[in-house]
Design a binder for this molecule. Sequence first.
Ligand SMILES: O=C(O)CCC(=O)C(=O)O
Length: 375
Amino acid sequence: MTITLDRPEACVETGPPPERADRYRVSVEEYIKFKRDGFLVVRNLVSPTEVAELRRHTEDLMQGRLPEQTHTMAEGATPGSGTAVQGLEAPPAHLSPDDKVQYFLRIHMLHRRLELHERYLLHPHVLDVLEALTGPDILALQSMLFLKPAGKPGQGWHQDSFYIPTQPDTLCGAWIAIDDADERNGAMWMAKGSGSEPVYPPGDGYGFGQGDLGGIARVGGVSDPDDDKNDLSRIADRYDQVLVSARAGDVVFFGGHILHRSKQNWTVDRVRRSFVGHYCNARSFTRWGADPDAAEPVDPVSGMTNGSHVLARGDTHLPFARPRFGTPCAALLSAAQRRRQGEGAAAMMGDMDSGLMGALPSGPDAPHDHEDRED
Ligand SMILES: O=C(O)CCC(=O)C(=O)O
């Protein structure tokens, strides 16, 4: 199926969209923190009304009430690992509401099926922050919905670029807290400062890493919550391991190299839901995550899948997809509008002819700011 959007008004060349009054402006302190620690928590970035919408939606999904949940699991189906890709099957109908919830841990890539997920993947405040941290051009790669009801396991130490390689590597996650998250219900932990680690390649099986670096270790058991089985736990032990508590509406941004994990939801009565988007700079190349329904999912020569992913902000010389539910974003602007938006980035590069990192002419006749002194 090829998706074409009938939104000609979005392509009228009217200049770049006006600056939004509610734009989130990342401060210098926040920028430094992100680069130094490898992550940044931005409080209240998503409004209480939006959190309420996400809660209603996830409750409907867990109870099998969404109109898109046209298939129901068989009566004898067991919860299993509860992880699915684009899976929207409703839990067995005869179960109690509490038992239905147990069928879900996390679901990936629902932005390709549900308007709401596309909207939160392209949330303007989240993109404002990403623009400053990894932009200005942003490609939206992945969405994940964590439901994580009481008793469900966490995800052991891992680096996200191990799963989603981009070149140059510009991956960044944005983790929106739908519930308050703390130590008891399985909040995230970060190995603070480990964002400067290389990405460790797998010993075998799926995964990507910087295997060409001299002396790099190959790792097994990545994401295994059992530290004895997860080789990355030894590397994480070299860092301060900090609990990243979050209130509903806070967003945690974290780079693709930082070692992070979450632990089990130890409570008996609290879900720990989060909506996670993964993004890269739209000028990075990726072969990850082909969308068979996109107009140009995979470049036949290079294997590039950039054409499967939505251009969220800015511009790019590489292919990109348009949002299938029409959420406003850069992909819906005309090429001229995108170029004009990108002029901000070009202006940052200044006057290229004299931009030699501030170097001054150094010939014998060049003027000096001090005189040679003979005495
Ligand atoms: O939310 C969690 O439990 C883990 C999230 C995570 O590790 C990730 O999004 O990469």
